[in-house]
Design a protein around this ligand. Structure first.
Ligand SMILES: [Zn+2]
Length: 209
């Protein structure tokens, strides 16, 4: 684990967005001028295409690689090491910035673009992410359906579709057909907040075995 210098989902400097021209399609959705089947997900939503050159150049911590984020979220892999996230009878393990003041049952019902984590990576993630250093909680999530994407909505314009607003879009929202997706979103349900010490405790035990 000590070899990790950047989270699995972080984009590297050699991984820039590919120049794909957006076009209007006859069904009022957006598409690429030269589109491949793999440019869309199984819901038919168009994805931002970014070069895949993992660990080439420098990690750019402010950028998440769309296809690694999507893979980690789809397969419930740890966002730090890319191995399967931790799971027990109470659910999959998530590490979140502490926002318990947001609403009484937080984070139940929250839409998350952050993939889960494995136990050994909890302290690594806390060290690497400035937002988590201000307060983090570990959460067991019993049910986490894929509900939509984070991306940019493109409005119709004379020459080519024009970026209008970024946000989260549910797969059942008709607007999603005009979204260029960059992250997959799951909704966190059946959440139980677990003390960090309890999670680290299981790690200590597993390491001493
Ligand atoms: Zn991990």
């Amino acid at each position: 684990m000590s070899g990790i210098i950047a989270p699995y989902i972080t984009a590297w400097s050699a991984e820039q967005d590919l120049p794909c021209a957006l076009v209007e399609r006859s069904d009022h959705s957006i598409g690429y001028a030269n589109e491949l089947l793999s440019d869309r997900d199984r819901h038919g939503v168009l994805w931002r295409q970014t070069a895949l050159r993992h660990r080439v150049g420098r990690p750019e911590f402010a950028r998440v690689h769309p296809s690694r984020q999507r893979r980690a979220m789809e397969l419930l892999l740890c966002q730090v090491c890319g191995e399967p996230a931790d799971r027990n009878d109470d659910g999959v393990l998530w590490l979140q910035r502490d926002c318990r003041d947001d609403w009484p049952q937080w984070p139940d019902g929250m839409a998350s673009a952050e993939p889960p984590v494995c136990v050994p990576c909890v302290p690594i993630a806390r060290r690497m992410c400035p937002a988590l250093q201000r307060g983090a909680v570990t959460v067991r999530v019993r049910d986490c359906p894929v509900v939509g994407v984070r991306g940019v909505f493109y409005r119709q314009s004379v020459l080519a579709p024009t970026a209008a607003k970024a946000g989260n879009f549910a797969y059942d929202d008709p607007a999603v057909r005009r979204v260029l997706a960059s992250a997959l979103i799951r909704e966190l349900r059946g959440c139980v907040i677990v003390p960090l010490e309890e999670v680290s405790g299981t790690m200590t035990r597993s390491l001493s075995r």
